[in-house]
Write a protein that binds this ligand. Structure first.
Ligand SMILES: C[S@@+](CC[C@H](N)C(=O)[O-])C[C@H]1O[C@@H](n2cnc3c(N)ncnc32)[C@H](O)[C@@H]1O
Length: 216
C-alpha cells in the first residue's frame, strides 16, 4: 500500500466560550477531513466534517487514530483547550507522530488563548512579570515553594483540588491571610471569580476547572 502523508493541525480553542475561538481555528477545522477533540471542544465549531470525540479514558487512542489518519494522507485537526503548548496536547501529539513516522514538518500549531491568559486579564495582571506555573496532571506541587515568596504574583493551574493546594501552602508556612483569587470556569456563563484569604480558599469547594492566582 502506498502511504501519502497528510497534515496535522494542533488547534488551540481558547478557554471554552466560542467568542474566544480564533478565525484561524474555525477556518482550519472547516477544511480538515477529520477533527479530534473532546465533545465539548468539537461542539464549539459549526462546520466540522468527520468528528472523532475522545474522553479521558480513550484520549490516547483517539489521538493516535488522528495521527494514523494523517499518515494515510488526511488533513486532521486535533483540538486542545486554551493553548496547545501550555499543559496541552502538543507534546503528546509530537510523540505519537514520531512513533508513527509522521514528519514533524507536516504539523502546524494554531495558538489559542490560554485559560491562564484570560485569568491574568480578568485580574489585571501583567503576566510577563508573574510566576507562571502548571501542576496539571503532575505531582510537582512542591515546585511552587521556592517562588511563592519571591515578590511576584503566582498564577498556576492546580494539580489537585484548589482547596488541597491551598492547604498544602498553609502546611508549608504560607501565611493564612495571603490574598488568593480563584478563577473558575472562565468564559462560561457560570464563570466565578472569588478573592479571599488562603485560609478561606482552603475551606471552599471549586470544580477542577480553575486557575489560582496568589498575590505576592
Ligand atoms: C489540560 S489543562 C489545559 C490548559 C490549556 N492548554 C490552557 O492553555 O488553558 C486543563 C486545566 O486548565 C485549566 N482550565 C482550562 N479551561 C479553563 C477555564 N475555562 N477556566 C478556568 N480554568 C481552566 C484548569 O485548571 C484545567 O484543569
Amino acid at each position: 500500500m502506498i502511504e501519502m502523508t497528510g497534515k496535522i493541525y494542533i488547534v488551540g480553542i481558547g478557554p471554552g466560550a466560542s467568542e474566544y475561538l480564533t478565525k484561524k481555528a474555525i477556518d482550519t477545522v472547516k477544511m480538515s477531513d477529520y477533527t479530534v477533540g473532546s465533545t465539548r471542544a468539537i461542539d464549539l465549531f459549526d462546520d466540522v466534517q468527520n468528528k472523532i470525540a475522545f474522553n479521558v479514558k480513550d484520549l490516547l487512542d483517539k489521538l493516535e487514530e488522528g495521527v494514523k489518519l494523517a499518515v494515510e494522507g488526511n488533513t486532521v485537526s486535533i483540538l486542545s483547550t486554551g493553548d496547545p503548548g501550555f499543559s496541552g496536547v502538543l507534546n503528546t501529539v509530537l510523540r505519537l507522530s514520531d512513533e508513527n513516522d509522521f514528519p514533524e514538518e507536516n504539523i502546524e500549531v494554531i495558538p489559542g488563548i490560554s485559560s491562564l491568559q484570560l485569568a491574568a486579564a480578568e485580574c489585571h495582571i501583567q503576566w510577563d512579570n508573574a510566576n507562571v506555573m502548571t501542576f496539571h496532571g503532575r505531582e510537582n506541587i512542591e515546585d511552587i515553594l521556592p517562588v511563592i515568596n519571591n515578590g511576584k504574583t503566582t498564577i498556576a493551574l492546580p494539580s489537585r483540588k484548589v482547596k488541597d493546594m491551598a492547604q498544602f501552602l498553609l502546611d508549608n508556612g504560607v501565611e493564612a491571610d495571603r490574598e488568593v483569587t480563584v478563577c473558575e470556569r472562565l468564559s462560561y456563563p457560570d464563570e466565578r471569580i472569588v478573592s479571599a484569604t488562603l485560609k478561606d480558599i482552603a475551606d471552599s469547594e471549586f470544580t477542577y476547572m480553575c486557575i489560582i492566582v496568589i498575590k505576592p
